[in-house]
Design a protein around this ligand. Structure first.
Ligand SMILES: Cc1cc2nc3c(=O)[nH]c(=O)nc-3n(C[C@H](O)[C@H](O)[C@H](O)COP(=O)(O)O)c2cc1C
Length: 176
């Protein structure tokens, strides 16, 4: 019997739109989580318990190898799509300029080389961002460089870059 292809979901160290991303993850099946080092830390800051996800059968891959060994699953046809949500300014910048030196940026680069589609929820995309810090709401003013990197990433083939929750949900509905 043919195995259902899974979704690889990368979580980076962004508090902004973390809650919304986790709510969507909670509604999906056939999904594995890939965490950047900062993503793993930030999940703890916002009180997410990874054990709950493991108990539900979600596989969790942490950034613990220099070579990002889990990317090999992209070559084996395990995943139909990569979602990076939320994507920090750092990850967006690295991806936009072709860096691949951690688990998430390697997943993104290798997905691209395998022509597996990616969806990236870039969170710093407006001149003013009101976001939930661990203890209070804060207002941030993304710089021109963040907005430029977002624009650059949008020009990539096989990559859908979204900047709001509805667009993310719509992109997910379009996964084949
Ligand atoms: C509580 C907390 C919340 C953060 N939220 C954001 C955020 O919303 N956006 C962002 O770009 N960086 C945020 N950061 C900073 C990133 O975690 C940091 O830039 C990190 O190096 C990103 O690494 P990564 O892109 O590999 O996950 C936050 C850090 C902390 C401690």
């Amino acid at each position: 019997m043919k195995k259902t292809k899974r979704i690889a979901w990368g979580i980076t160290g962004s508090g902004h739109y973390l809650k919304e991303s986790m709510q969507i993850i909670d509604e999906l099946s056939d999904i594995d989580l890939f965490l950047s080092k900062a993503g793993e830390e930030v999940l703890k800051w916002y009180d997410y318990d990874l054990k709950e996800y493991k108990d539900r059968g979600v596989k969790i891959f942490k950034d613990i190898t220099a070579s990002s060994a889990p990317v090999s699953m992209l070559y084996e046809g395990v995943y139909k799509c990569l979602i990076v949500s939320p994507a920090t300014s750092n990850t967006v910048a690295q991806m936009a300029f072709g860096f691949s030196d951690n688990l998430i940026t390697n997943m993104f680069a290798q997905a691209g080389k395998c022509r597996i589609p990616s969806i990236v929820f870039a969170c710093d995309t407006e001149p003013t961002v009101i976001t939930q810090a661990p203890k209070k709401m804060v207002t941030l003013y993304p710089r021109e460089i963040e907005l430029d990197n977002f624009t650059k990433l949008k020009s990539f083939d096989d990559v859908e870059v979204v900047d709001n929750v509805d667009a993310l949900k719509q992109a997910i509905r379009g996964i084949k």
